[in-house]
Design a protein. Structure first.
Length: 591
């Protein structure tokens, strides 16, 4: 699979693949399982056991049929396959599925909609079963069943995760997407907050939460892709959106969680009660790691007008590159003041164009936004670049958001990203951006393309500590880049590895030189970042691991690059094994 081909994966993969594992599911000291059971093992539950389990959860167990099976074998259906291909790149195609990872590489190419009907279609790295959960009792039954039978457990919500954290071979998924409750709490009080709030179920998406808030004249911080769910990977990884320069990160909004721990206990946690440590871990320490969130309560704000500016600059091929660089320098140097006015700026740089889509300014007039972006436009005029600019004020979030042209594609790209320290943009003698940074960004922009989600994440800090990567607070933008997925590559796993290597070594090389300590946003980063503990978690990793061990001492929760995940290896057959068990086996095979 993709991960086995990676730099990090090669080491993990060959280590275990070379082993002769005699009794893979033997129990270790303290009754901690050494490896998860997989189908074919004697310990794998019988069909009857699965059926009993299904009955105990009112028939809500789903056995995976990969959605692209309509394109293959005896299940081939020409019309359905054509429709699936036309819609493959949209999140809405994958959302109703209990198993389809939106980041296609994490399916391990096991059922490809774009290959001929005779090509194989297997379950592969999709989860094998999923429980379409409706509430607490389904959570508890699923955790208990996975624990009892030593089956790999995956928590899946929208399935958006770019790093493969919501899928896994031979796994049982606890699927949280259909927990759609919403409740307005107009006067929430804690020892440090008194104001509007709302309580939402684990499956409520950003779009749904915002629509609900809007219907009550309120606004909430949500991500830019409306189908990302708030309480899952988004909040638990940090969570940014176009209101973040004014109201902060998603993790900064949380007042309370209801969470179910590995042993099935329901805890209601706040920053101030007995489980403040778990609350801290869930506000930035990564999804799928500490427990399963059932609901969360977040701050709401009075609805406010939002101004939106859009800019498209054409880069004519015949112009001296220095001229464009001069414009780009001006743009970067206007960012700090713009962001400090509460504006979030999303920009992209490609070989042929530069775009802002959008600059979003809550509580600002279009004239104020124009003023902040004026140096950038003046420079374009001066240098005689063709461009289009528009700005408008909208009465509320939904209308402002709808004005931004975008298609929310699910799975076109292999993903990578780095956080760029703000100091690099305020560094040269005149307080402007460093030349090395400009060159490094142009290097990526000329070869492939990159996007910068720019914000000031120090606005509206909560009164209690949260565990989001501290590097987010000193970043000026989250630099995101991607390489398109080749659905028809001869050896897909090789093409995935090449794409990641190209980004990590060629595209990002100069960035890593100028910003070696910038870190990365764990939800939008390379799945094969060697320094992931440092780069994704800042200095918080060791403390997060303590919380993990306190609330999940047997290691029921596992997610790729999650806290504690390096204690496990995934074998080529998808079986998850504890590293120390693999080490034992090496000793045994050497004897
Ligand atoms: C098109 C697109 C746009 C995006 N835009 C933004 C953006 O603007 N801002 C931003 O910050 N991020 C953005 N992201 C990244 C996004 O935040 C992550 O992909 C995030 O992991 C999605 O969370 P999810 O729960 O919806 O997805 P899933 O893939 O279902 O889950 C992600 C992780 O959370 C865990 N998880 C899910 N539900 C729960 C639960 N109830 N309890 C415990 N763990 C759970 C899963 O196990 C997994 O580890 C974007 C992603 C995509 C694909
Ligand atoms: C679970 O039970 C429901 C209802 O009886 C059924 O429709 C479904 O197919 C069952 N799931 C599995 C995996 O057998
Ligand atoms: C991933 O795909 C490769 C190549 O087809 C295969 O060898 C490997 O077993 C697959 N892994 C899983 C977990 O399905
Ligand atoms: C999951 O449950 C929801 C709500 O009960 C239902 O609408 C949806 O169709 C179910 N999905 C699947 C794939 O069974
Ligand atoms: C998104 O998918 C659509 C439909 O397949 C495609 O036309 C479009 O180019 C894609 N957009 C991006 C940004 O990849
Ligand atoms: C995808 O892979 C195929 C087969 O190796 C190759 O012919 C094609 O050029 C690749 N496409 C891209 C865009 O690289």
């Amino acid at each position: 699979m993709g991960r086995i081909c990676s730099a990090q994966g090669v080491i993990r993969g060959t280590l275990v693949a070379s082993l002769i594992i005699s009794s893979v599911i033997g129990r270790h000291q303290h009754d901690v399982p050494s490896c998860r059971v997989i189908p074919g093992d004697e310990q794998w539950p019988t069909d009857e056991t699965w059926a009993d389990f299904n009955q105990s959860i009112s028939g809500r167990l789903i056995r995976t049929v990969p959605i692209a099976s309509v394109c293959h074998g005896s299940t081939y259906d020409e019309g359905k396959c054509a429709t699936l291909r036309d819609n493959w790149f949209f999140p809405a195609t994958h959302l109703p599925s209990s198993s389809s990872p939106m980041a296609y590489e994490w399916s391990n190419d096991s059922c490809n909609p774009f290959t001929p009907p005779e090509a194989p279609c297997v379950i592969g790295n999709h989860v094998l079963y999923a429980v379409n959960a409706t509430g607490l009792s389904d959570y508890q039954a699923t955790l208990a069943f996975a624990s009892k039978h030593n089956i790999r457990l995956v928590i899946r919500s929208s399935g958006h995760d770019y790093l493969g954290k919501s899928t896994g071979a031979h796994a049982l998924a606890l699927w949280t997407l259909h927990l759609k409750s919403t409740q307005l709490l107009p006067t929430f009080k804690s020892s440090t907050y008194a104001g509007g709030a709302m309580k939402i179920g684990a499956g409520v998406s950003g779009g749904e939460a915002q629509a609900f808030a809007h219907s009550h004249g309120r606004v909430v911080v949500v991500g830019n892709c409306p189908s990302v769910t708030l309480a899952g990977g988004w909040v638990q990884g940090g969570g940014h959106g176009i209101l973040s320069s004014k109201y902060g990160l998603g993790a900064d909004q949380v007042l309370e969680f209801e969470v179910v721990t590995a042993d099935g206990e329901l805890l209601t946690i706040t920053p101030y009660n007995d489980h403040a440590d778990l609350f801290w871990a869930l506000t930035g320490g990564g999804g799928g790691t500490f427990g399963v969130v059932l609901s969360m309560t977040i701050k709401t704000y009075p609805e406010t007008p939002i101004s939106i500016a859009l800019l498209t600059v054409t880069r004519p091929p015949n112009r001296d590159p220095k001229t464009f660089k001069s414009f780009f320098r001006t743009f970067l140097s206007t960012l700090p003041a713009t962001l400090d006015s509460g504006v979030t700026v999303i920009w992209a740089l490609f070989p042929t164009a530069f775009m802002i889509f959008p600059a979003a300014g809550p509580d600002l007039t279009a004239q104020q936004l124009d003023f902040l972006l004026q140096p950038t436009r003046a420079r374009l005029k001066e240098l005689d670049f063709p461009y289009e600019y528009s700005s408008n004020t909208y009465p509320d979030y939904p209308s402002a958001f709808a004005s931004v042209p975008r298609t929310w594609n699910a799975s076109d790209y292999h993903m990578n990203g780095r956080l760029i320290p703000r100091s690099l943009v305020e560094t040269s003698n005149d307080g402007g951006p460093s030349e090395e940074l400009i060159d490094a960004l142009l290097h990526i922009g000329n070869l492939a393309g990159n996007a910068g989600v720019s914000y000031n994440l120090n606005a509206n800090l909560p009164a209690h500590p949260v565990s989001v990567n501290p590097k987010l607070r000193s970043t000026i933008f989250n630099l995101a880049l991607g390489v398109p997925i080749n659905y028809t590559a001869a050896v897909p796993q090789h093409s995935y590895a090449e794409a990641h290597d190209f980004m990590n070594s060629v595209l990002l090389e100069p960035i890593k030189k100028v910003a070696p300590d910038g870190g990365a946003y764990l939800s939008e980063a390379s799945p094969y970042e060697n320094e992931w503990k440092r780069d994704f978690y800042g200095g918080n990793y060791d403390e997060l691991l303590k919380v993990k061990d306190k609330y999940d001492p047997v290691g029921l929760f596992y997610a790729w690059t999650g806290v504690g995940s390096d204690r496990w290896v995934e074998r080529a057959d998808g079986r998850l094994c504890r590293v120390e068990f693999a080490k034992d086996e090496i000793v045994h095979s050497e004897l």
